[in-house]
Design a protein around this ligand. Structure first.
Ligand code: UD1
Length: 378
């Protein structure tokens, strides 16, 4: 039997939890031959390796070791190396997830080489083209053969951009598959004790978007707000490498030292971070994925961005979007501490079975047709 050869691509931190359940599901199909490729866009132990370990991901079959750089340089290096890999591996299909530079760079190479492309987490739109991720999302969706969506609004966005309806599949959320699978294991971690915090008695913060951290005025305002919040409840802040650098550049570190309950830490692994989210009184973030994870966990989330590409987290979930204004951030946290945080509910199909749906669709359309009548189907 000629197997269906699928290259799964990961590059940066938010990709790992999205590809993990797909890799796991593919293992149930003897007719599929998987190949895991890591571009190396993220390379620090805490941003990459630790996630492979926490999520039980197999060692990548190929590590491109691309590292950091300007967007053009990074995408260019990924494309050159990925083209050589595809030449050698000759897959039938490439799966890319999310919206990072590795997603569009590998997607573009695949379609130019005539390899079918599946995009997982398609159709999300912030309608803000100044976000690098928005450009990556729009372009990847335009060139994909399979567009797997997480929420109902995504289909409307794609239809408006001319994507034909028969390529769009509403399957749910693979990142939530991973969360539901690891929640119990995460609950056994000792991270709260290690950080000296008690359940429901701290705020958890992540900030790394260029729009927030690369602008001195905005970052200073947000940090001042966090200092003020830390006087009411401890603030745990695992700091992304980009943000760490900006805190040094803008000389904010010394000021923060005057607030002992603003606790800066190195980035956490997947399980420790999940445990911290699950037990937080509230989460303050500019991440995309964390808006979704807090919605499923039922933890109030304050998003320090002007928009969200994940509107279901606001309409149905626990998320409020406050922009980059420090006063609005303070007001939102005040509301939560006064007991007015949103309870929310889990959106449709965020049930832990998204990867199962995705692999089933791909197998039915791409794999099954190769099997002749007297060969066994999985
Ligand atoms: C990338 C994604 C973003 C995602 C984020 C999660 C794009 C356009 N952005 O942003 O969508 O939310 O990852 O973390 O793809 N660095 C390290 N070690 C690392 C990785 C990065 O020190 O392992 C530092 C480097 O100085 C680098 C900077 O962080 O220049 C930014 O890294 P980069 O991958 O360019 O983008 P992120 O800001 O991490």
């Amino acid at each position: 039997m000629q197997k269906l050869k699928i290259v799964n691509v990961v590059g940066a931190r938010p990709n790992f939890m999205k590809i993990a359940p797909i890799c796991e599901e593919i293992r149930k199909y003897p007719g599929i031959e998987p190949y895991l490729l890591h571009t190396g866009q993220h390379y620090d132990h805490a941003m990459s390796e630790l996630f492979f370990k926490n999520l039980g991901l197999p060692e990548p079959d190929r590590y491109l070791g691309i590292g950091s750089g300007s967007h053009g340089e990074q995408a260019g290096r990924i494309m050159i190396a990925f083209e050589a890999t595809l030449d050698e591996v000759q897959p039938d299909l490439v799966i890319v997830v999310g919206d990072v530079n590795s997603t569009i760079a590998c997607g573009l190479v695949a379609v130019k080489m005539g390899v079918k492309l599946a995009h997982v987490e398609a159709g999300l739109r912030s309608f803000d083209r100044s976000m690098p991720e928005e450009v990556n999302r729009v372009l990847t969706d335009q060139i994909s053969d399979y567009l797997f969506t997480t929420e109902v609004t995504a289909r409307d966005n794609l239809t408006r951009e001319g994507v034909s309806d028969d390529k769009i599949f509403f399957v749910g959320n693979v990142m939530i598959d991973t969360l539901l699978r690891h929640r119990q294991q995460a609950s056994k971690r000792e991270v709260l004790t290690d950080l000296g915090i008690a359940p429901r008695a701290y705020a958890l913060v992540t900030l790394h978007r260029p729009a927030n951290v690369d602008d001195r005025r905005i970052l200073t305002g947000l940090i001042h707000a966090l200092c003020a919040i830390s006087e009411r409840l401890p603030v745990v802040f695992p700091v992304h490498p980009r943000t760490r650098q900006r805190l040094v550049d803008f000389e904010l570190e010394a000021e923060m030292r005057g607030y002992p309950d603003l606790r800066l830490r190195a980035p956490l692994g997947y399980l420790d971070f999940l445990q911290c989210m699950d037990n937080a009184r509230c989460v303050i973030t500019d991440s995309g994925g964390i808006q979704e994870e807090t919605t499923v966990l039922g933890v109030p989330c304050v998003t320090t961005r002007e928009n969200t590409e994940r509107p279901v987290t606001v309409v149905e979930g626990t998320n409020v979007v406050v922009g980059r204004d420090s006063q609005r951030l303070l007001d939102a946290v005040h509301n939560i501490l006064s007991g007015e945080g949103k309870a929310g509910r889990s959106p449709e199909l965020w049930d832990g079975k998204a990867a199962e749906r995705i692999v089933n669709i791909l197998w039915e359309r791409e794999g099954a047709p190769r099997i002749t009548a007297n060969e066994t189907i999985r």
